[in-house]
Design a protein around this ligand. Sequence first.
Ligand code: NAD
Length: 497
Amino acid sequence: MATPEQHDVKLDFLAAKSAFQQQKSLTLRQRLDEIRRLKETILARREDIIERVMAEVGKCRTDALIAEIIGAVDWLQWLEKYATGILSDKRVPTPITLLGKKSRLFHEPYGVVLIICPWNYPFHNAITGIAAAFVAGNAVVYKPSEHSPCRGLIEDILACSPALSAAVKVVYGDGIVGSQLIEQGPGKIFFTGSCATGERIMAQASRLLIPVELELGGKDPMLVFADAVLERPVMGALWGAFTNAGQSCSAVERLLVQNEIYDKFLAKLIAQAEKLVIRSQDPHGDVDIGRMTVAFQRDKVTAHVSDALSRGATLAFGKLPSEDDLLVSPIILTDVTPDMLVWREETFGPVLPIMRFADEAEAVKLANDSEYGLCASVFTADRERALRVARALEVGGVSINNVNMSEGNPGLPFGGYKKSGFGKLRGPEGLLGFTRSKAVLIDSGGSKVEANWYPYTAGKYERFLRFLTALYTPKFGRIVRIAWHGLRLEAFSQRPR
Ligand code: NAD
């Protein structure tokens, strides 16, 4: 017998399918008008959104403004500017072997796209995926995390546009509901979350042959070379590791500092960490570090730090989280070794483990020694080295002399290598990810047949061989030979039988 959720899930999907049929009449221009309306609504209602997200996940005000609001509207603005060029039909060159024909490429929607999100950026993650899917012509079933559903918020904001409201169905629930949604057979699944869940989703989707994109966890390294001006990477490391209380997939989770500057760097890092304002000091206004969102993630921080300390790491700053508080003070660990959990597994909390390196080769080796490959940052005054290292790092995004910033440009694709997943969010690739390509070849029709159609004869075979040789064997008079053999082949199309 169907559970109440199963019943709802089926109806939700039917509603989304019918919304997809209805929105087919909207042109891309009309969809982009709705996106502009959405952007204006988010800007006008930003304080409501910030308050709501702060209350639900505990992040501080500036984190909410930067990531949830600015990140979302930047993407909407980018869509307004570039989506038409990316999604419009394309003329594709047709080779000489297909003389007289024309080629076109259409970017078409999947139908209903299922978007499943985690709890760390409940507004930004929802709006970014929903907007891209809608602009590409899809209807959306969106499932937020059960840990930060922000119940009603997305529907409330989308209500600025009847077309968007109709196209997007928000379904609340946990992983079981997520799995039931997959079972309804969406055209595509866009999943953001942990590696473990990503594996389960891919297994289920493979049984149903549903394409998936997986935006998974990270263990991002930051490399600081001795020639960098220290103040910038010191402040960059603090922000990169502790923004959103470290609950960011592309947080700095491994800091690598070159031997020559290590001691000086660490002293400055700790001096600056001491100045950070955490929520307990200013419960109502803005602070630097908010609380963690969920107890199980705080417990993971405790487990990773305890493991590191038991294996010889030094607590250079901060203290172990207390069991009854989600407010976790930033933690800096030194004397870290690669076998420690805090260096190998995603912590997803305000913890910054540090290791030293001797030279570029060692830095790259240590950075790449990870199952993950989301993003990385490199600080150096040597531009050539920065680009060389950026190429050598096995990650999907690199910020040079900055941190978490390759994802700041909505025109750049965001997404990982290795166990950090595949597929892209944002950028042209991210938008096209919500489409499937349709290849169209146009011939003029008429009474002719193709030379490669039946009947096959020894003479036709020989002619094709000569044409092939003329095409690909560089010789004097190549064009004349191609034309000659091409015309002889063409003669076959004039004589059907
Ligand atoms: P999670 O994997 O536990 O849950 C994510 C979502 O999946 C939730 O909505 C959950 O209900 C749903 N879900 C769980 N089991 C499911 C199943 N079997 N079928 C369908 N849906 C299911 O992740 P989380 O704890 O919410 O988020 C933290 C993780 O997300 C971290 O690993 C973080 O790095 C990652 N993350 C990645 C990105 C990125 O863009 N790469 C961005 C943000 C967060």
